[in-house]
Design a protein around this ligand. Structure first.
Ligand code: RP5
Length: 162
């Protein structure tokens, strides 16, 4: 069974990551969500990634704040694509998490999306785009979604055009 695996460093990340989950629900894409921390539960994180890979995880999404090493930790133990979602909060309101997530050494990539809600949603979209390479039905849904987005811009414009 192919699915997307989402890890969050803390329960406190769920308020934002709910938007990622909602996006998968909207597109009827299978996902798994767990809390596991790079620092507080390193062994659980490593074990889960290995198990998830064996069960069919195609992409890993990692959400973490502050010293956000979760995505990098996952990349260290899998060659599946890893998408990092930096969380706001902490003394630097997410700048620390963003730099921790994006600054990976060569050969160890983490695809980093934006801070906050937009990043959580885009992590879902980006992982679905990867999944859609070998899923024609999902590829069509994503194309239809682009048409909906485009039409919304036109309609919004008509609402206020003078
Ligand atoms: C990170 O530290 C978590 O991903 C979370 O964003 C942040 C704060 O965690 P809590 O102290 O709320 O558990 O590891």
């Amino acid at each position: 069974m192919k699915f997307i695996s989402i890890l969050m460093g803390s329960k406190s990340d769920y308020e934002i990551m709910k938007h990622c989950v909602d996006t998968f629900e909207k597109f009827n894409v299978k996902y798994e969500l767990i809390i596991s921390s790079a620092h507080r539960s390193p062994q659980r994180t490593r074990n889960y990634v290995k198990e998830a890979e064996e069960k069919g995880a195609i992409v890993f999404i990692a959400a973490a704040g502050m010293a956000a090493h979760l995505a990098g930790t996952i990349t260290a133990v899998t060659t599946k694509p890893v998408i990092g979602v930096p969380m706001k909060g902490g003394a630097m309101d997410g700048m620390d998490a963003m730099l921790s997530t994006v600054q990976m050494p060569a050969g160890m990539p983490v695809g980093t999306v934006a801070l906050g809600k937009n990043g959580a949603i885009n992590a879902a979209y980006l992982s679905m785009q990867i999944l859609a390479i070998s899923d024609a039905e999902l590829a069509i849904k994503l194309k239809e979604d682009r048409i909906v987005q485009s039409k919304k811009v036109e309609n919004d414009s008509k609402d206020i055009e003078v």
